[in-house]
Unconditional design. Structure first.
Length: 99
């Protein structure tokens, strides 16, 4: 995650004092491009070059999940020689795009 700007000091004032101890708790982030399915017999036969069809349309937003909870939408970007996700929308707890 070294490509993210270090904003912990600028955002520290935004975190309520009661939540400050949780600021540095590590969580698992997932970036979901789409989902697909196949029988196990096909999965064990996968080889390099096989294309897996996903349920999302080309150009659709990625879903950024924190510990399984959708938190944001994003898009694929290339940074030097790495693939990354740019957050385009933050989601509310109900899953709607925050304004």
């Amino acid at each position: 995650m070294s490509s993210l700007p270090n904003s912990s000091s600028s955002r520290a004032a935004e975190i309520p004092a009661a939540r400050a101890p949780f600021r540095d708790v590590p969580i698992v982030l997932e970036v979901l491009l789409g989902k697909g399915g196949m029988p196990l017999r096909q999965l064990v036969k996968l080889e390099p070059g096989v294309v897996l069809r996903l349920d999302s349309a080309a150009g659709a937003d990625l879903v950024v999940r924190a510990t399984g909870v959708p938190m944001a939408l994003g898009e694929v970007v290339i940074i030097e020689d790495s693939v990354a996700a740019r957050v385009t929308h933050v989601l509310t707890p109900s899953g709607e795009v925050a304004s």
